[in-house]
Structures are given as structure tokens and as C-alpha cells.
Design a protein around this ligand. Structure first.
Ligand code: MOS
Length: 767
């Protein structure tokens, strides 16, 4: 089935925040951002700005009737700076004016005097200064300190990954409209309507039932609007509440880039030990997460780094420690993969380092160590593994051995063009790691004309979740899709929603839709059974018709619905779903946090121009574990998009802050994202055979949002192998992204292939 939004998207009729018609009297907001990353506010002079034409009011923290606090996990994030500033771009004041231009012009006239304080942008430096957001976490399996004795080969190193700008096509924004008795209706471009509702409630002091957060759809989220939509909605709500007029703020691209957090950069240390047979015996990693100036979602992101620190591999002895380090950057936040990709990059770097030192292909080590069913993850859950199935399918289907042969023939024949190959297995746990968030609700109404409306907590952000929700309702009712409408996501209809995140939105909300529809079907069947004087079990609903004992009757769906109404049987249902079987004990760092895992393997081929340092991704060939995909077109789209986004993170997207904490890559002219020329020449996607044990996925169709991003990591390692084909002795730090500049330098570094200074023998003692 096609995405239900495809026609309105194509015609430009789909409604995003900026398409909502404005009410008369609407005012426009713009935030004044801190020009410095760290300091004490000595003076804030609004006088000239206040005299600018069209300015209605300028708000500061002093105007906040509730509390000046929007931190979701840790209360460490003021809505408007109070006394000090902690990052460049931190909102200090909010100008509200008759027009957008007037608001922006007035922002430029605000003067601030800040007494500067030292700026820290490096997470290792922050950790050394004890600037941690939360206490460090350590996941353990086995005993690494004893295990080093069993290792023939031990390698240590460092791996760094940079941030990533979300670059949702629709920037952050909100539109707050006062209602009677102080209630507010807020259109927000958010993945988490309830998160917005909570933040607005804190700031205005209004109870949550006064706040209708309504989201039609987003022009992209990618994690950037899981928590960080709150700021703009709270600012608009504050102004609308105090001025009793509608207030809108939709951010300019450069405001958005400068003021919002990004994917967390990580700096990490690793130590890996293998035996003679290339089994990984022990692995230690220390992760320094650059959290930025406030917690935001960093503690949860940190946790997922630990959950995925061994990716698809079973390693009997693991010790991984993660620090969430407070720096003077905008608070970094959720981004597709949510810390998982950062953890996976490090284990892949460790394996690559071992392979390069041993003079073998990394895939030999990778394949030998893939998880099998029954293997234990460092957090205690046992794998139901598809890792081997995906790998071996990919190996055969795409003829990995011949790709390798063709590449080496090509590399022998070509001096200045070199090909590189990498295999990238992925294993990603599905569920919010915070168990309580794994709940969802759905509200289903059947109207007397037989049409159906479904409300859930799911937010449509281009991932196609509304189409999947519609498919669930249509299938359970056995009616055609056009008879079902998916309503906007509103906190008045569905309360206490978890954000649309963690790849789990379709599973959680789909299960709730299925439960609500099933309940209504039971009631309808009872109505039909009474009419035909049979047991309800004899009634079936098929293709809009009523069947009794397998025989089609002249009753259609409409007649059944109308009869139920006449008999005063409820045609509405609200259902609640909570994922069963999951738990996690953070005091032991053990449990069964995930409903299931998604597996996959990508074979990645690249070509490097060794004169220019430019490169192409020739192919990404995937075998992916979808379960039984309920919508292959949408799922393929998620994989293609995820791969390209992953390639962007690993190769060209370079977030640059200077030492003063100012964003230098602050526009699309200085921040390069993948375009049509940088997508792989070929993306092949093969569905792994449907499995039977993924009951916790909606209709056994496994979550697909985040896992494919991590196939992009393979491109980094394929490029590395191409560089090595040109210059076998190249010493290349594990420092992503591999931009063309870095790649060019790496091609011409002088290194000694025999020298592996950090290689230690099996008797080396562990520090
Ligand atoms: Mo997503 S990164 O779990 O919002």
C-alpha cells in the first residue's frame, strides 16, 4: 500500500506548521540568542529593541509565571537564561512583534554584557574537570582483567565520531493560540506532544488538561524534535498566555542550526583481545559523550551506547564505561540510532585495528564473532540471533567472494583509483530503554456511516507511521483503507504519550490500535450473532461483509454498524498497550530491556580517487531482518534514507565549533549533507525470510526506523580499506567523518606498515 500522504505531498497540499492559516491578530516571536558560550550576564539592555516598530513585548526569565525549567530527565535547563549563559545560541530573551521581520530586527538591537568564563568544548576535558551530567555507567560481562591472559593479540586505540545536524526539512517551530479560561491550543512540530505539554505546563503554571498540543505531521524529526521542540512551544505558549494573543515562531534555518543540539560527538578508548582462532575474548571501552550544556536526553543516549557497544558480536568478557560530559555547546540530543551508532563505530574500529595489524580482512574477525541464539549481551538479555542468517544470506546473494576478487583485480589494474570493501553487520534493540516509556494508547471511533477515525500517540514525520496505523485498523475491521482516517496527534485525545522515537512507534501504537479495533469487532460480532441467533464465534467480518458459519450474508459493514448503534452498543474504544516481558535493573545494569532485536548485514563498496581525495559509494547491498514487513515500500524507503543519512554522518557532515563554542558550520554552505551525487550508485535491499518469533512487533513487522542508519558506518571502513590499497602503510586515526580533506591527507601519510606501537603481546598487563 502506498503512503497515504503521497497524493497531498505531491500536490503540495500536506499541512505542516507553516501551512496552518493564521488567525487575525497573530504575533510573531524571535529569540535573542546568547552570543557567548559561557559567562555571567552583567547587563541586558532591551530599551532600543523595545522602541523598534511593531514590537509588542520582550520577555525574559522574569516574566515566567511558572518555573523557568524545561529539563526532561534532569532539571538543569532554563527556558530563558537567568544570571548566566551556558552555550552560544542559548535563548536569553523573546521578542514578540506584529511581524516576523519586526521581531528579527528587534532581536538585533538587544544589547548584552557578559562577563566571560572558561569555555570547554571537549568531553575529555570536561570529564577531567568532573563536569558530568549524571554519574558514569558501566556494563560488565565476564571478567576482562582475567581474560587478557587468554588473548594472543591485544590492541588498543582511540575512536572519535563527530556530531550531526538533524537537518529536518521543516525547522523547529510552534503556534500557540489562547482559548477560553486560559487554555492553550498549541500546534507544535514535535515528536513528543506530551513532552511539549509538560514543558509548557511547567513554564506557564497551567495544568496539563488546559494544554492541547496538536501535531498534524512533521517535515522530518530524526530525533531532533524528540525533546528540543519543547523550547519553541514553551516560548510561544508563554507569550500567548501572557498577551492573550496567538503567537507563532518558526525558526530560520540558521537560527535552528545555531540554537539546537545535534547528534552527540563521542571520543572513545578501546582495548580488544583475540585468541589464536580470532575469537574476540575481551573488549573494554570508555566512552566520553559530549552532552553539551544541559542533560536533555543525554543520559538515555549514553545508555544506548552501552547497550550497543558490542554491536552484533558475542564477546564473553566486556567492560564498557560511559561518561556524559557537560560542555558549553548547545545540549546535544536524540538522533536516529540514539547513541547506538556511536557505540558501534568503536567496536568496528577495534576490529579494523586488529585486522589491519594482523594483515587480514576485518570481515574474517567479524564473521567469526557474530552472535548466536542464546548468547548473552553485556546487559544480560539473551540473543535470538539472526546475525549469521543475515550475514550468510548477504554473502551468497551478493557473491561477496567475487566482489572481493573483482576489487583486487581492479586495484591491481588502476594506480589512482582504488576500491575498498567493508561488511557492516548491525544489531539494534527495539524498545525504549526506559521500560516505563513502552506504553501507548489508541482511540478508535466508528461513525454511523461506517467510517472510522483513529487517534494514537504516534507522530507522522515522514516515516509512514500513519499509513501503518491505518493498515492495522483496516485489517482488523476488514474494511478498505479509504474508510479509515488517521487523526492528528493531540494531547486532548490521547494522553501521556511517549515520543515517536526509538523505532518503536508503529509497534506500540499499532498494538493499541489493534486492541481497540478488536474490542469493537467483538461487540459487532455479538450484535450479528444475536440477529442470526448463532454463537459469536460463527460470525466473521470479511471484506466489508458479514459471514455466518463461512457463508456470506446480505449484511454489509454499514448495516452492521448501524444496527449496533440502534441497539445502543458502543462504537468507540480506547485501548492501552504496554510491552510485556521487558525489564531492566539499572542498579545491576542487567535485564531484558528489548522486546526484540533487529539484525542486518550490509556489503559496502567504495571507490577512491587517489589524486583528488574524492570518493563514491558504489554500492550498499543489504540483507535486512524486517520480520514480515507490513509495508515493504515504506520499509525500503526507511532503509534507503537511513543508509544515506548514515553515510552523511560518516563521510561529509562535519559539525565545527570553534574554541569559543561558536558554530562555524552554521549554514548549508559550510555544512555538507548528502545530495543526489553522494548517494550510493546502487542500494540493494533483500528481506530476510520472515521469522516466527517476533510477536512483539506489530503484525510481526519489525521496527525499521533507526537500524539502517548504521549500515552507513560500513562506508567509513570501506574508504579506509581503499586508502590502504593505495598506501598500505597509511596511519589513519579512527576519526569520523572521513571528509575528502581527511581522506586526501591519509592517502599521503607516511607510515610504517610493520609498526604497531600499541600492539602488546599476550603477557602484557592490563593497566
Ligand atoms: Mo529517536 S533518535 O529515538 O527520536
Amino acid at each position: 500500500m502506498k503512503n497515504i500522504d503521497s497524493i497531498t505531498h505531491l500536490r503540495g497540499e500536506s499541512i505542516y506548521l507553516d501551512d496552518i492559516p493564521l488567525l487575525q491578530g497573530t504575533l510573531f516571536a524571535a529569540a535573542f540568542p546568547s552570543p557567548m558560550a559561557h559567562g555571567v550576564i552583567k547587563q541586558l539592555d532591551l530599551s532600543e529593541a523595545e522602541r523598534m516598530p511593531g514590537v509588542v513585548r520582550i520577555f525574559t526569565h522574569k516574566d515566567i509565571p511558572g518555573i523557568n525549567q524545561i529539563g526532561g530527565i534532569v532539571p538543569d535547563e532554563p527556558l530563558l537564561a537567568e544570571g548566566h549563559v551556558d552555550f552560544c545560541g542559548m535563548p536569553v530573551a523573546l521578542v514578540v512583534a506584529e511581524s516576523r521581520d519586526a521581531a528579527r530586527a528587534a532581536v538585533k538591537k538587544i544589547k548584552i554584557d557578559i562577563d566571560p568564563r572558561p569555555v570547554v568544548t571537549d568531553p575529555r576535558e570536561a570529564q577531567a574537570n568532573d563536569q558530568l551530567i549524571v554519574p558514569p555507567r558501566t556494563f560488565r560481562l565476564g571478567d576482562t582483567s582475567a581474560a587478557w591472559q587468554q588473548c594472543t593479540h591485544i590492541f588498543q586505540g582511540r575512536a572519535d565520531t563527530n556530531g550531526q545536524e538533524h537537518l529536518y526539512i521543516e525547522t523547529q517551530g510552534a503556534y500557540a493560540i489562547p482559548q477560553e479560561n486560559n487554555a492553550l491550543k498549541i500546534y507544535s512540530s514535535t515528536q513528543g506532544p506530551t513532552a511539549v505539554q509538560r514543558a509548557v505546563s511547567k513554564v506557564t503554571g497551567l495544568p496539563m488538561h488546559q494544554l492541547d498540543i496538536d501535531t498534524i505531521r512533521l517535515g522530518g524529526g530524526f530525533g531532533g524534535k524528540e525533546d528540543q521542540a519543547n523550547t519553541w512551544a514553551a516560548l510561544c505558549a508563554l507569550a500567548a498566555y501572557l498577551l492573550k494573543r496567538p503567537v507563532k515562531y518558526s525558526l530560520h534555518r540558521m537560527e535552528d542550526m545555531a540554537m539546537t543540539g545535534k547528534r552527540h560527538p563521542y571520543s572513545s578508548d578501546f582495548k580488544i583481545g583475540l585468541d589464536n582462532d580470532l575469537k574476540i575474548i575481551a573488549y573494554e571501552a570508555t566512552f566520553y559523550q559530549n552532552a553539551g550544556a544541559a542533560a536533555d536526553l543525554s543520559p538515555a543516549v549514553l545508555e544506548r551506547t552501552l547497550f550497543h557497544c558490542t554491536n552484533s558480536y558475542f564477546i564473553p568478557h566486556v567492560r564498557a564505561t560511559a561518561y556524559s560530559c557537560r560542555t558549553h555547546l548547545p545540549p546535544n540530543t536524540a538522533f536516529r540510532g540514539f547513541g547506538g551508532p556511536q557505540g558501534m563505530f568503536v567496536i568496528e574500529a577495534a576490529i579494523a585495528k586488529a585486522a589491519e595489524a594482523l594483515g587480514i580482512d576485518a570481515s574474517v574477525i567479524q564473521q567469526k564473532n557474530l552472535t548466536k541464539t542464546g548468547d548473552e549481551f553485556p546487559y544480560g538479555q539473551k540473543a535470538e540471533s539472526e546475525a549469521h542468517a543475515c550475514w550468510e544470506n548477504a554473502e551468497q546473494l551478493y557473491a561477496l567472494a567475487s566482489i572481493r576478487d573483482e576489487q583486487s583485480a581492479y586495484n591491481k589494474a588502476n594506480k589512482l583509483l582504488k576500491k575498498g570493501l567493508a561488511v557492516m553487520p548491525v544489531c539494534f534493540g527495539i524498545s525504549f530503554t526506559k521500560t516505563l516509556m513502552n506504553q501507548a494508547r489508541a482511540l478508535v471511533h466508528v461513525y454511523t456511516d461506517g467510517s472510522v477515525a483513529v487517534s494514537t500517540g504516534a507522530v507522522e514525520m515522514g516515516q509512514g507511521v500513519n499509513t501503518k496505523m491505518l493498515q492495522v485498523a483496516a485489517q482488523v475491521f476488514s474494511i478498505p483503507p479509504h474508510r479509515v482516517k488517521i487523526q492528528s496527534t493531540s494531547t486532548y485525545r490521547i494522553a501521556n504519550t511517549s515520543p515517536s522515537a526509538a523505532s518503536a512507534t508503529a509497534d506500540l501504537n499499532g498494538k493499541a490500535v489493534s486492541m481497540a479495533c478488536t474490542e469493537i469487532v467483538q461487540r459487532l460480532k455479538a450484535v450479528a450473532a444475536e440477529e442470526w441467533q448463532v454463537q459469536p464465534g460463527a460470525v466473521e467480518l470479511k471484506e466489508e461483509c458479514v459471514y455466518i458459519n463461512g457463508t456470506k450474508t446480505d449484511w454489509d459493514w454499514n448495516r452492521l454498524v448501524m444496527t449496533a448503534y440502534v441497539k445502543r452498543v458502543s462504537l468507540s474504544e480506547h485501548a492501552h498497550y504496554a510491552t510485556p516481558e521487558i525489564n531492566f535493573d539499572a542498579s545491576k545494569e542487567k535485564g531484558h530491556p528489548f522486546a526484540y532485536h533487529v539484525y542486518g548485514t550490509a556489503i559496502v563498496e567504495t571507490t577512491v580517487d587517489c589524486l583528488r581525495g574524492t570518493y563514491t559509494t558504489d554500492a550498499v547491498k543489504v540483507v535486512h531482518d524486517f520480520g514480515s514487513s507490513m509495508n515493504p515500500a515504506i520499509d525500503r524507503g526507511q532503509i534507503e534514507g537511513g543508509i544515506v543519512q548514515g553515510i552523511g554522518w560518516m563521510t561529509m557532515e562535519e559539525v565545527i565549533y570553534d574554541k569559543e563554542g561558536r558554530l562555524r558550520s552554521n549554514a548549508l554552505s559550510t555544512y555538507k549533507v548528502p545530495d543526489i551525487y553522494s548517494v550510493p550508485n546502487e542500494i540493494a535491499i533483500q528481506f530476510l525470510r520472515p521469522t516466527v518469533n517476533d510477536n512483539l512487533a506489530i503484525f510481526r513487522s519489525k521496527a525499521v526506523g533507526e537500524p539502517p542508519l548504521m549500515y552507513g558506518i560500513g562506508v567509513y571502513f570501506a574508504l579506509r580499506n581503499a586508502i590502504k590499497a593505495f598506501n598500505p602503510g597509511a596511519e589513519i586515526p579512527f576519526d569520523a567523518p572521513m571528509t575528502p580533506e581527511k581522506l586526501l591527507m591519509a592517502l599521503y601519510t607516511k607510515g610504517n606498515p610493520a609498526k604497531h606501537e600499541q600492539t602488546v603481546n599476550h603477557l602484557a598487563t592490563h593497566p
